[in-house]
Design a protein around this ligand. Structure first.
Ligand code: NAP
Length: 466
């Protein structure tokens, strides 16, 4: 509605106001796609719960992958665009309801990702010494909500580590745990993380697949990198690389699978080396229960075979793997935002296939979704670019055909938030945090050190403005 109560097309004077919830790669790519077109005048508020942008680029990509993390420079250029306003430190559903947010804008794009871990659903999963990879990753990347005490307590006793799952996150966690302290020293990990990892008594790391090597979901570059560590030796059991005919077919048809097997077979002759951490890749074992009285002492697994469809079939043969730390790395899961439905089974927001949100099966005008909360936790950072583009195309098509219009004089979101006592963090504030992290890193001879406490992040803003 405009002043007279009717809906109007967006104009330069009154652009389409779009709020994007989640300033990770999907949100930033969506903001970029919205502001790099001339057909529909737009103004974007890019909201994040954290005072910092970049989502999983900051709190997901492993800190020992500096080249991958460098994508934040590209993402930053999108934040710098005048039509995009970063509004960090705002929790939608807490600082203001979704309904209230919707009253401030003409459209909302949900890009808040899949923040929580999937569970194994087996006995012993909550014992001390059992962690979710999502929590370990949050901790080593300095996420303000990481449960430091629990993770550092588990690490302080971690001699034998089992990582359950054979995806790229499992490899990240295994690699970080098996690395020599000098390899991590130049990263932007917080100092307490570097200290805890250096002090952890890790003597062996096992990465466990419930199916065979042809069904693993890691990618070849990430796999290969395991063998480039200075103090770890990758070990594989040649018998586990012998494939059934269906898996052989899969390896021949799928280049990634074929290459992965080539890499694994190249390691088949490796033997343990004194003074180096054995990093074992083991397949055909599914977790049955975590064993231990008051903390984890082992993981019971059942040997499996894969059937013609690549599914794991239990053999009934049980085995006990000693472990002081079990990290489950079996995927991320999306959670509902108060006022927004999330499909229980898939952990994603129902949509029409192109990113228009469905509520009770019907199109919900003005609501869109992109990224992991749209398609599930899959793909690399760049996958979100195409995904966000598809959603933005749907939004722009709706603006072009009048489905989406500007509705009346809206109050400014940041003014409203401040009036309610919230402390929105804007781009200039983020620059102050950024500078403080670079300065903290420089004081230790590093390019950056991530500040992990919300209060320290906000203090960096205050000290830059006083
Ligand atoms: P993922 O690739 O989906 O891997 C999950 C793993 O958990 C699979 O091996 C899966 O085995 C296993 N799993 C699931 N349920 C299990 C259970 N109950 N018991 C035992 N194993 C179970 O997920 P992810 O590693 O969390 O990665 C998420 C996304 O981020 C992926 O697209 C990944 O490529 C991406 N990522 C990329 C990079 C990179 O490019 N360097 C780094 C990190 C993450 P099944 O196949 O048998 O279900």
């Amino acid at each position: 509605m405009v002043a007279d109560g009717s809906a109007a097309p967006p104009s330069e004077r009154r652009p389409l106001r779009v709020a994007i919830i989640g300033a990770g790669p999907a949100g930033i790519f969506a903001a970029d796609a919205l502001t790099r077109q001339d057909d529909v005048p737009v103004a974007v508020d890019l909201i994040d719960r954290l005072p910092t942008p970049f989502g999983l680029v900051r709190h997901g990509i492993a800190p020992d992958h500096p080249k991958m993390r460098a994508i934040r420079e590209t993402l930053h250029r999108s934040l710098d665009q005048p039509l995009v306003r970063f509004v960090g430190n705002v929790d939608v559903g807490v600082d203001l309801s979704l309904e209230e947010l919707r009253a401030h804008v003409d459209a909302v794009v949900y890009t808040y990702g899949s923040a929580v871990d999937r569970r194994l659903g087996i006995e012993g999963e909550d014992l001390p010494g059992s962690l979710a990879a999502t929590d370990v990753v949050a901790w080593y990347t300095g996420h303000p909500d990481a449960d430091r005490k629990r993770i550092e307590a588990a690490l302080s006793d971690a001699r034998s580590v089992v990582v359950v799952g054979v995806g790229n996150v499992a490899l990240d966690v295994a690699r970080v745990l098996a690395r020599a302290p000098e390899e991590l020293e130049p990263t932007d990990m917080p100092q307490h993380v570097l200290d805890a990892l250096a002090a952890a008594p890790v003597q062996e790391v096992t990465v466990l697949g419930r199916r065979g090597p042809a069904q693993a979901s890691f990618t070849t570059q990430e796999l290969r990198e395991l063998d480039e560590m200075t103090a770890a030796t990758v070990l594989v059991d040649p018998a586990e690389l012998e494939l059934d005919p269906a898996s052989e077919e899969r390896a021949a048809a799928d280049r990634v699978v074929g290459r992965n097997l080539g890499v694994l077979r190249g390691w088949a002759g490796h033997a343990p080396e004194p003074g180096r951490v054995p990093l074992r890749l083991r397949f055909f074992r599914r977790p049955v229960r975590l064993v231990g009285e008051d903390r984890v002492t082992g993981l019971e697994v059942e040997r499996t075979a894969v059937d013609g469809d690549g599914r794991a079939v239990g053999t009934g043969e049980l085995e006990l793997l000693p472990a002081d730390l079990v990290v489950r790395s079996v995927g991320y899961r999306g959670t509902p935002l108060p006022g927004l439905p999330v499909d229980e089974r898939s952990g994603t927001v129902p949509h029409d296939g192109t990113g228009r949100v469905l509520r009770d099966g019907a199109l919900a005008p003005g609501e869109y979704v992109a990224g992991w909360i749209k398609r599930g936790p899959s793909g690399v950072v760049g996958t979100n670019k195409h995904d966000a583009r598809e959603t933005v195309d749907a939004l722009l098509a709706d603006a072009a055909d009048g489905t989406l219009a500007v509705r009346g004089g809206t109050d400014d979101l940041v003014t409203t938030l401040r009036a309610r006592g919230a402390q929105p963090v804007l781009l200039e504030d983020w620059r102050a945090i950024d500078a403080a992290e670079v300065a903290l890193g420089a004081s230790r001879g590093r390019a950056r050190t991530t500040m992990h406490e919300r209060e320290a992040l906000l203090a960096a803003i205050r000290s830059a403005t006083t």
